[in-house]
Structures are given as C-alpha cells and as structure tokens.
Design a protein around this ligand. Structure first.
Ligand SMILES: [Zn+2]
Ligand SMILES: [Zn+2]
Length: 235
C-alpha cells in the first residue's frame, strides 16, 4: 500500500487523464462516470437474459453451477469496453481497478444489495502463475481487492488457482470455450471456502464458461453458493 505522500509524487510524475474527456486527475472522471448507464436491475444467466426481480436464475438455468450474476453495465458500452481493454493490456493503468470496481459498487447500491461479512468471501477468477508474472498482475484480483475494501469483505486469493494455460477464450466459439477451460482450475485451502457464499470476481462475463468451471470447482470443494460479480456483460 502506498502512502499519500508517495501517491502525491506518483501523480506528479505520471498524471492520470480521463479516458473520455482527457481531464486530469483520474482515468475516469466523476462527470464521465455519471454518464454511464449503470443497471438498476438484475438479469438471468441465459443468452437473452431476462430481467429478474432479484439476482438469481430462471427455470431454464437451474442446472448451472453459478447461482447468479451481478454485472454493472452492458459490454456494448464503448467507453466501458475501452476501459476494460486498457486495464487488461496496459500495466500502467492498473489503477483503473478503482474506477471499474466503483461501477460494480454503484450497481450493488442501486439494487440495494449488500453481503454479510460472516459468510461471504470474494475470490478472483485466477490466471496461471506464469501469466500473472508476465503481466505483473491479475486484473480480476485487482478489481476484487477494491471490492474487498469497499464492501468490507474478506478476499481469498489463495483458494482458487489456475493450473493450466489456456488459449484466449476470445478466439473461440462457445463449445470450444467450454472444452478449452475444462479442468484448468483447482481449489487449495478448501477449509476457507467451506459453506461460504463465494463472490467470484472477473472483469467481463461472455458465455459464462469460465465462471461455470470455477463454480464447479468451488462447489465441489464445499462452497455453499457461487455468485458471479463482473463489471460488464457481453450480450
Ligand atoms: Zn471525463
Ligand atoms: Zn436463465
């Protein structure tokens, strides 16, 4: 953790500019953030997601391991798409995790959802050790860290691990994605997740095959429920 003084000098050396309006101060200024259409309701996990009275899933999705999904905004939003892309591929904007997680927090406030510290834990969708080293950080973990601070929930980064490198899911069809991701996650320190409600954090939800695979591993090791928490959902 950096001190305020260190932050002050870092800001002087590497000033941040809003990705949209170029105003100095942050990667996404308050004005631009307020133009974003943060969702005020919950949707199912299905392909053409239907609105639900509260987060969860419809009768067609009952067989899925994931209990439901919280997402702040549609990935169709170009500004959000750009922010997430920058965040994933440019290590200099690691702090975008602050703006991205605040979108999630705004959504949770809007739908009046809070989580109980006694039984809920945050777990980021992991990358392999090698990938994390190459990139310097795991984007999902950075978002999860910010959520942990703001929602006052424990973050467990040593329970779900990725044991095999996979081809980028972006290049693959829905069926190929499922095959590509099968068996690549493992659970360690299972006692920490036993009977817990897991909030599984990622940046974007696309077909859901990654989250489904993670949810299977977590539930197989004793987790009570697994809920996805992402910034944006691709539709
Ligand atoms: Zn701005
Ligand atoms: Zn459904």
């Amino acid at each position: 953790m950096r001190t305020n003084v260190e932050n002050f000098f870092l800001d002087l050396l590497f000033p941040k500019f809003c990705f949209r309006c170029k105003k100095e101060g942050s990667f996404l200024c308050q004005d631009c953030m307020s133009t974003l259409d943060i969702l005020n309701s919950s949707f199912c996990l299905c392909k053409n997601p239907q609105r639900l009275p509260q987060a969860g899933k419809c009768y067609r999705c009952q067989a899925k391991k994931l209990n439901g999904l919280y997402f702040a905004i549609s990935y169709k939003n170009n500004l959000v798409k750009n922010l997430i892309h920058q965040f994933k591929y440019d290590p200099y904007v690691k702090e975008l995790s602050v703006s991205l997680s605040s979108l999630i927090i705004t959504h949770l406030l809007t739908i009046q959802k809070s989580f109980d510290r006694d039984n809920s834990v945050l777990i980021p969708v992991p990358v392999t050790k090698k990938r994390k080293k190459l990139r310097g950080f795991n984007p999902s973990e950075e978002i999860a860290k910010e959520l942990a601070k703001n929602l006052n929930l424990p973050l467990l980064a040593d329970c779900l691990i990725k044991i095999k490198e996979t081809r980028p899911q972006m290049e693959l069809s829905a069926e190929e994605r499922m095959e590509n991701i099968k068996g690549v996650f493992a659970v360690e320190n299972a006692e920490k997740i036993k009977d817990k409600k897991i909030l599984l954090v990622d940046d974007v939800y696309t077909t859901g095959s990654t989250m489904e695979e993670c949810a299977g591993a977590l539930k197989g090791s004793g987790a009570f429920e697994v809920w996805g928490v992402v910034v944006a959902r691709e539709e």
